[in-house]
Design a binder for this molecule. Structure first.
Ligand code: BV8
Length: 249
């Protein structure tokens, strides 16, 4: 286990970035372990505002399947370990997740930012007046969504979309994330390939303020070289051990 953890002192702040890899052992597919295709569409081609304008039924179908998938799975020991860390560590623990599932919440994590949105929420583009950010009113939605589903607020149809940050759209709560990165003492990245920005650049932001940076992944990511240290292996095994090490450090 990383010798760097001996530098961490009680009361210091920890920022944890998670990606699809932390949910893999719960049974949710990652993006790039497969051939990165979904029904022969590249995710980058389905998860964009242009794709939604071009073929809203295809995009709604993509998220209806993802929404169903989330309800069939449960948090794994990695999610549970992070919730335990937040509960018992006497400094701040902030999880910034790229994931759109609710497994961190169901494991008990509370100080959490879904920078790419949440598949169990939707919003009405007509009510939002074209705005798309964390301040827009979101609607909890666990069922299938269709292009002609009427908005429960304005009654109009054709405006409801998944509360997902697509490629080319601004991720949520970026100011809050950059502030946390500027002040954290330990930055841990778990289960992300380092393909997608701005998340893949967070390690540099953390490092600029002198924080210790640790990558926990199944294999080196695209930004592995930027981290001080690495723990390789499945998160369901490595993260409980890491959390115990931090809590006893
Ligand atoms: C932005 C929601 C401006 C969708 C997602 C050209 C035009 C426009 C934009 C760009 C462009 N070129 C580049 C960009 C920027 C673009 C980008 O980065 N594109 C990439 C493809 C090059 N980014 C954007 O557009 C972002 N917006 O830039 O706005 C801006 C800039 C700065 C500041 C403010 C604004 C918006 C990006 C958000 C896109 N939406 N998700 C959906 O989910 O359907 S991203 C999508 O990929 C997922 O959210 C996912 O989280 C994310 C990253 O994937 P990973 O989580 O890393 O998953 P992956 O499968 O890749 O890797 C899993 C890893 O886990 C692997 O390494 C594997 O080894 C490991 N693993 C597997 N099993 C385990 C494990 N590890 C541990 N244990 C295991 N058991």
């Amino acid at each position: 286990m990383s010798a760097l953890l001996n530098q961490i002192k009680a009361g210091q702040s920890i920022v944890i970035l998670t990606g699809a890899g932390i949910s893999a052992e719960s049974g949710l597919a990652t993006f790039r372990a497969s051939d990165g295709l979904w029904e022969n569409h590249r995710v980058e081609d389905v998860a964009t505002p242009e794709a939604f304008d071009r073929d809203p039924d295809l995009v709604q179908k993509f998220y209806n399947l993802r929404r169903k998938g989330v309800k069939d799975v449960i948090p794994n020991p990695a999610h549970e370990a992070l919730a335990k860390l937040e509960k018992h560590w006497d400094g701040e623990v902030l999880i910034v997740t790229q994931n759109i599932d609710d497994l961190h919440e169901r494991a008990g994590s509370k100080n959490l930012i879904h920078m790419h949105g949440e598949v169990l929420k939707i919003f009405c583009t007509k009510c939002a007046g074209g705005e798309m950010n964390e301040h827009v009113k979101k609607i909890e939605w666990h069922d299938d969504l269709f292009t002609n589903t009427p908005c429960p607020s304005c009654g109009e149809s054709g405006g409801l979309r998944p509360d997902i940050v697509w490629f080319g759209e601004m991720p949520y709560e970026m100011d809050r994330i950059y502030n946390a990165l500027a002040q954290c003492d330990l930055f841990i990245s778990i289960g992300t390939s380092g393909n997608v920005y701005p998340a893949a650049g967070f390690v540099q932001h953390a490092q600029m303020n002198g924080s210790v940076t640790l990558e926990c992944n199944l294999e080196p990511s695209n930004v592995s070289g930027a981290f001080h240290d690495h723990i390789t292996g499945p998160a369901g095994q490595t993260i409980p051990e890491l959390v115990n090490k931090i809590l006893t450090s």
